[in-house]
Write a protein that binds this ligand. Structure first.
Ligand code: GAR
Length: 195
């Protein structure tokens, strides 16, 4: 059974989709949900499902990312995860942190990478006049929103879409894609999931 730690920054709807998927014959179980924001709504939701939670507020660390990560790492290492899932985790990680989890850290990003790494993905897809949008789960490397693609889900862009309407349509697919990828990945299969 693979041990999974999940990092969040907000409401944690992707995290919940992952938790809800890790039941029965699933090859993994959640051992920790951690956030850089003690007020992240997802923490209480994970705790309500009896998953251990931790919060390390990044703000007192200022620009010292390495010191913040060292504190976060204490919690992560204590949980002894095999796989680390970023699920709406909005802090950039240092190469040192990334290399520590090389080959066992996943991220979900709300665009069809390599399009639109970074922020405001839905606005950028609309500005570009794209006919479709979507989300990507990838292995995390030292380059932001880069690394081998493990799955993608596509949705149409509809006329009259705004960033929020498009984001909502993509999020529905995120909740399907991430659990599907994690199940495969935890079983040792890195074949991309295409939805
Ligand atoms: C999701 O749409 C996720 O793809 C995005 O943040 C949202 C988190 O929602 N992640 C990023 O933008 C990463 N750069 P959630 O907290 O409800 O899962």
């Amino acid at each position: 059974m693979k041990r999974v730690a999940i990092l969040i920054s907000g409401g944690g709807s992707n995290m919940l989709a992952l938790l809800d998927s890790m039941v029965g014959d699933h090859p993994a179980r959640a051992v920790l949900v951690a956030s850089n924001d003690p007020a992240a709504g997802g923490l209480a939701k994970a705790a309500a499902r009896d998953v251990p939670v931790a919060a390390v507020d990044h703000r007192p660390f200022g620009k010292d990312r390495a010191a913040f990560e060292a504190e976060l790492l204490r919690h992560i290492e204590a949980a002894e995860p095999d796989i680390l899932c970023l699920a709406g985790f909005m802090r950039v990680l240092t190469p040192g942190f990334v290399s520590r989890f090389e080959g066992r850290m996943l991220n979900i990003h709300p665009s069809l990478l390599p399009k639109y790494p970074g922020l405001h993905t839905h606005q950028r897809a609309l500005d570009a006049g794209d006919a479709e949008a979507g989300c990507t789960v990838h292995e995390v490397t030292a380059v932001l929103d880069d690394g081998p693609v493990l799955g993608q889900a596509r949705v149409p862009v509809l006329s009259g879409d705004r960033p929020d309407t498009l984001a909502a349509r993509v999020l529905v697919q995120e909740h399907r894609l991430y659990p599907a990828v994690l199940r495969r990945y935890a079983a040792g299969d890195r074949t991309p999931v295409l939805l």
